[in-house]
Design a protein around this ligand. Structure first.
Ligand code: HSE
Length: 321
């Protein structure tokens, strides 16, 4: 029987207000449902590469398979094999596109992470985890215009990741606070990361630079010392939110509603249009979920999940076809 390698890669929230381009958190809905993309790799019968796209958001992707990021993943993976004098096996990739594109949920990162992991597992793991991650970063950079690991790293490793990208270390795990609930909502409106980056200032004032560094340093210290009170004071965004809030209809009202529910923080997830809102108690998280369902979701593509941190990250399972 032929083997199928199935890689699941979770959604993630990058930036988290306090760590623009440097923080990202993998998300797992508390109701046990999945919130991520899946890619299966198995033997292709007649072609070198076969790519099939399924799932709720499959129609949001280009129909030309050569424009799908999985095709780029195949090309780059094959190059990596060639560098190692290893042969490529004809591969059928099936993408279950469960995350909406341009959503701020790390949708492209999830597809890239799942594709590289499935390809690598199917070829008996010629790439080690650092090499896998470098390849994922390169692919993600092709889509968003610049290599940043703030979705790829949490999606791959799970948890809350601080991107360091120095020497051989791409990211470090931070301990978040297990008691906190993260309400994550996609309103159904697309915001492209490159567009959301283009509206940011090219330069920031010295006081904003210092405020950003101070809060991020304080947040990392608070995570390491598990000082929740200190951590919750850090969720202030001077880099992106002041410029991007206007891209997300009703963002200011949602944030204000969060204040009324004693939210620890409410901010933009990645480059939007999703938002996150963090709570100490489940009742408040549920109240925010209901509010978002009534007042933030703009169409049938939108949704809300109450999440905790996905600590597992991307995972591959092996099945018989
Ligand atoms: N950090 C990126 C941005 C998005 O906010 O532009 C996620 O990679």
């Amino acid at each position: 029987m032929a083997k199928v390698y199935k890689a699941y890669a979770p959604a993630s929230a990058a930036n988290l207000s306090v760590g623009f381009d440097l923080l990202g958190m993998a998300l797992a809905p508390i109701d046990g449902s999945s919130l991520g993309d899946t890619v299966s790799a198995s033997l292709a019968q007649n072609q070198e590469i076969e790519i099939i796209v399924e799932g709720k958001y499959k129609d949001k992707l280009p129909s030309d398979i050569k424009k799908n990021i999985l095709y780029d993943a195949y090309l780059l993976f094959k190059q990596e094999l060639a560098k190692r004098n290893l042969s490529y096996k004809p591969t059928k990739l099936v993408l279950d596109k469960a995350l909406p594109v341009c959503s701020g949920l790390g949708s492209s990162a999830a597809s890239v992470v799942a594709a590289v992991m499935a390809l690598n597992a199917y070829h008996d793991k010629p790439l080690n985890s650092h090499e896998e991650l470098m390849l994922m970063g390169k692919l993600e950079g092709k889509i968003s215009g610049a290599i940043h690991y703030d979705n790829v790293a949490p999606c791959y490793f799970g948890g809350l990741q601080l991107v360091v990208d120095e020497g051989d270390t791409i990211s470090c795990n931070l301990n978040f606070f297990d008691n906190l609930y993260i309400v994550s909502s996609f309103p159904g409106i697309k915001v492209s990361t490159s567009q959301a980056r283009s509206i940011l200032p090219a330069q920031y004032t010295r006081s904003d630079a210092i405020a950003y560094a101070r809060r991020l340093a304080m947040f990392v210290h608070a995570c390491h010392t598990q000082n929740e009170a200190l951590a919750t004071q850090c969720f202030v965004d001077v880099i992106a939110e002041p410029y991007r809030a206007k891209l997300i209809p009703n963002f200011d009202r949602v944030k204000e509603h969060g204040v009324g529910l004693n939210a620890v923080a409410t901010g933009i997830s990645g480059s939007g249009s999703s938002i996150f809102s963090i709570y100490r108690d489940l009742d408040s998280a549920k109240a925010m979920k209901e509010y978002l369902e009534r007042n933030f979701i703009a169409n049938a593509d939108g949704f809300v999940n109450i999440c905790k941190v996905d600590k597992l990250g991307a995972r591959v399972s092996e099945q018989e076809e």
